[in-house]
Design a protein around this ligand. Structure first.
Ligand code: HEC
Ligand code: HEC
Length: 255
């Protein structure tokens, strides 16, 4: 019994020392990181906070959103920074060397479809992306790919089943722009033999393509008609096999 108060005192002293050590440690830790941030990466750190980036002209902002909507960002990297596939150029480097009319023409008519099914190619967008959107895309590229608030790709929930992930990928990779919401089709493609981008639903579609065929078309693309023509892009080195399987799972829920 007599030992108890002493024991408590010792405990209190011990706790106080421990608390002081912790406070000193936390202060030193914070000071170290603040110093480090100030020295090397203050602008990056400021950008990571959720404050709005500086305002840009409305047409440039519209172009930034189109760059995400049409999945330019998924092949050419976030804000054209590259790094997705060695076959896809970093537009931040290339765009300053191209004129407005060259950029416009490449978006409208592509850069020559690759005959190699293992290589991605620049899709032909004439008829899918409107003239105003193309003008805005070029304005965004010529403005140097600035950060624009809310111009972020659709996030993909990977823990909620393949069909859910596939539905998000269908938006994120811009499939929806060509095959319509829910794969219902209806986007015209006047130069193609069937004059429309095919739907991904219906008996005819499922009679013609097994899940394995669908995965293969997503991987290797398909050009029906004579290039340049709006065709099925090649996603082989852009999407992983897992992502392709998720897309196939989503498409199989649409029949
Ligand atoms: C499926 C992947 C893919 C998508 C989506 C895509 N591109 Fe490309 N793009 C390419 C590839 C690959 C090239 C390189 C040329 C080639 O091999 O066809 C390219 C080339 C370009 C070039 C010419 C660069 C140079 O080096 O001359 C521009 C400009 C461009 N893309 C802009 C865009 C814009 C804007 C979008 C969105 C509307 C877009 N791309 C969407 C794959 C893609
Ligand atoms: C630039 C427009 C465009 C985009 C973007 C696009 N597709 Fe396609 N897709 C086409 C065209 C055009 C065809 C028909 C090509 C053919 O028949 O040779 C096609 C064909 C297909 C087919 C075979 C169906 C058929 O009847 O031929 C599947 C499956 C498919 N696309 C899935 C996708 C998925 C999944 C995505 C997104 C990762 C996607 N597509 C993105 C244009 C597009």
């Amino acid at each position: 019994m007599e030992g108890r108060p002493q024991h408590s005192d010792a405990t209190i002293v011990g706790l106080a020392v421990a608390a002081i050590v912790l406070v000193i440690g936390a202060v030193a830790f914070a000071a170290y990181h603040a110093g480090k941030g100030n020295a090397t990466s203050a602008p990056a750190a400021a950008g990571a906070v959720s404050t709005a980036p500086p305002a840009v002209p409305q047409q440039v902002a519209f172009g930034a959103h189109a760059f995400v909507q049409f999945a330019c960002a998924q092949c050419h990297g976030n804000r054209g920074a590259g790094g997705v596939s060695p076959d896809v150029p970093a537009l931040q480097k290339v765009a300053p060397t191209l004129t407005v009319s060259e950029l416009t023409s490449i978006i409208e008519h592509g850069a020559g479809v690759s005959g190699d099914p293992s290589r991605p190619f620049m899709p032909v967008w004439h008829g899918v992306i409107s003239t105003e959107q193309i003008t805005a895309l070029v304005a965004y590229m010529k403005a140097g790919f600035p950060q624009v608030q809310y111009a972020d790709p659709q996030p993909v929930p990977n823990e909620q089943g393949d069909a859910t992930a596939g539905a998000a990928l269908y938006e994120r990779y811009g499939c929806v722009n060509c095959h319509g919401p829910n794969g219902l089709g209806g986007v015209p493609n006047p130069q193609s033999p069937d004059t429309t981008i095919p739907p991904l639903v219906g008996k005819a579609f499922h009679d013609e393509f097994s899940d394995k065929d669908i995965a293969e078309i997503i991987r290797s693309g398909s050009v029906l008609g004579t290039a340049p023509i709006v065709s099925m892009p090649h996603w082989g080195s852009i999407l992983t096999d897992r992502q392709i399987a998720q897309l196939v799972a989503y498409i199989s829920t649409l029949s």
